[in-house]
Design a protein around this ligand. Structure first.
Ligand SMILES: *Cc1c(COP(=O)(O)O)cnc(C)c1O
Length: 393
């Protein structure tokens, strides 16, 4: 299970994407923060040229902002996309991207363990507007493909972020294209380094930049990347009117932390593999859900692996005692930053059942999600082991 991430391929595929932009008037090494809501015009003609689409000069920061544009350009380059759009959160990105492509009477096919708030968006918002949603086992490619005819959108998340269900993106993309179904993939876990959905035929890539792209647990941001036609549709149908724009300072934080992405991902990849192997061999761990493991269901196509995965503890372990016995590893949602974190599914199962994706699709109360942050694998392993011992009944 020791696959080495291809950092050289990454460098070759996206030359300059991590370098400072080359068009700064002062050759600043770090992009400026254009902290302005509006932009001024020297003449009637200059204003009319922008309104008529003859000029790309920004008008107002709810639409376009130069700092945000730098981030959008970099993400487009990293994903091999023609265009990208930044949002004030991953959910802002998901909601806008989905709403641009579905309407009353349409059907969405998605994976059953989809991100919990995407699930709530489907159940609480889209269903109210007459959109049907089918939840399918993402690792079952035949079932995914069988659900596609007649659907408008296939919304994927590879892997899902509680039980790490993986999907065969190229097979699903190929079938979706035949049936005229638009495809979207949440690529937050793999990042553009470890998975390139557009290269295998997926239409649109989504990122919760709050996770690895931001990388520092200091900002909430989202991104959508795809063809110019698809991003234009999101821009013209939804983006300006729902107002989920990314602020220039938040874009700057993501830009700053993007520069260390390859180094952080190399650590998350290797450290999480070590921790997963150690847990797999532990007598009080009954299951490890990490996409690198040979017995993990579904077809894996990643070039490397994120540092977030789950495991199940045996009946001998009291989940609450285990979580409380951890010292280095903290309790907290989200992931992708320097901290090592756990989320016990048991606590999440107490969320009201009608919008609880974990209860609906059967996540075990013995599941612990672990984010291996920037700690040494040996320190994370030692903490897990001492807490398992302390929590043994
Ligand atoms: C966090 C997360 C999101 C949502 O991103 P926000 O920035 O929190 O809105 C979407 N997908 C996945 C897989 C996530 O982990």
């Amino acid at each position: 299970m020791n696959e080495t991430p291809r950092f050289d391929a990454y460098r070759a595929a996206i030359p300059d994407a991590l370098m400072p932009p080359r068009d700064d008037p002062f050759d600043a090494a770090v992009p400026p923060i254009y902290q302005t809501s509006l932009f001024l015009f020297d003449s009637y003609k200059e204003l009319e040229d922008v309104f008529a689409g003859r000029s790309k000069k920004p008008i107002y920061s709810r639409g376009d902002n130069p700092t945000v544009r730098i981030l959008e350009r970099k993400i487009a380059e990293m994903e091999g996309a023609e265009a990208a759009r930044a949002f004030s959160s991953g959910m802002g990105a998901i909601a806008a991207a989905v709403l641009a492509f579905v309407g009353p009477g349409d059907r969405i096919v998605t994976v059953r363990h989809v991100y919990s708030d995407a699930f709530r968006f489907f159940e609480k918002v889209l269903k109210r507007f007459g959109v049907a949603v089918d939840y399918v086992d993402g690792a079952d490619t035949e079932a995914m493909i069988a659900a596609l005819p007649g659907a408008k959108l296939a919304y994927l998340e590879n892997p899902t972020s509680m039980v790490f269900e993986v999907q065969d993106l190229s097979a699903i993309a190929e079938a979706a294209r035949r049936h005229g179904v638009v495809t979207m993939v949440d690529n937050s876990w793999a990042t553009p380094l470890f998975q390139s959905p557009l290269a295998v035929g997926i239409d649109i890539v989504i990122h919760a930049a709050s996770k690895y792209l931001g990388g520092q647990s200091d900002t909430v941001a989202g991104l959508v990347a795809g063809s110019k036609a698809h991003i234009d549709r999101i821009n013209s149908e939804i983006y300006p009117y729902t107002g989920a724009k990314l602020a220039p300072f938040e874009a700057w934080l993501v830009l700053r932390n993007l520069e260390t992405l390859p180094f952080r991902m190399r650590h998350h990849h290797g450290a999480a593999l070590e921790v997963a192997s150690s847990l797999k061999a532990h007598g009080d761990v009954t299951n490890v859900m990490h996409p690198a493991l040979a017995d993990h269901p579904g077809k894996r196509t990643f070039r490397g692996f994120g540092g977030l995965f789950s495991f199940e503890v045996s009946d001998e372990i009291d989940v609450a005692d285990f979580v409380d016995a951890l010292r280095l590893i903290r309790i907290g949602v989200s992931w992708g930053g320097p901290e090592s974190l756990v989320v016990p599914a048991k606590a999440a199962l107490s969320i009201s059942p009608e919008t609880n994706v974990f209860a609906r699709f059967g996540v075990s109360a013995r599941t612990i999600r672990l984010n291996v942050g920037l700690h040494a694998a040996s320190d994370v392993i030692a903490d897990l082991k001492q807490a398992l011992t302390a929590a043994k009944r």
